[in-house]
Design a protein. Structure first.
Length: 111
């Protein structure tokens, strides 16, 4: 009778341990899913803020006027316009390195 009780106790402990391990594994999976979902949510939240600020910029009367004036090259009356020419790149002349003196003398006498 004592052996049967001990066997049932061991089976019960094994069942409890397996159940605990299964719950821990399930908890880790759900926690990793939660962390990934939270990161995606934060990214989308930042995108949403960027889109809202962009929308506000595009609907603002002053920004809209500025954009139109810049694209059409217009100016307000009494506004001074300064037109600057883009600098042209300076030409870089490659000078060949002179031959050493001994080579110049050799070329002079033997060629």
């Amino acid at each position: 009778m004592a052996n049967v009780r001990r066997l049932l106790l061991y089976l019960f402990l094994i069942f409890i341990i397996i159940s605990l391990i299964k719950n821990i594994i399930d908890y880790r999976k759900k926690y990793n899913f939660y962390l990934g979902f939270k990161q995606d949510f934060e990214k989308e939240k930042k995108k949403n803020i960027e889109y809202k600020t962009e929308y506000l910029k595009k609907t603002d009367h002053n920004e809209l006027e500025k954009t139109i004036r810049n694209r059409l090259n217009l100016s307000k009356p009494d506004e001074l316009v300064v037109i600057m020419q883009r600098p042209t790149p300076t030409p870089f002349i490659i000078t060949p390195t002179p031959l050493p003196n001994w080579r110049q003398w050799m070329n002079l006498y033997f060629k």
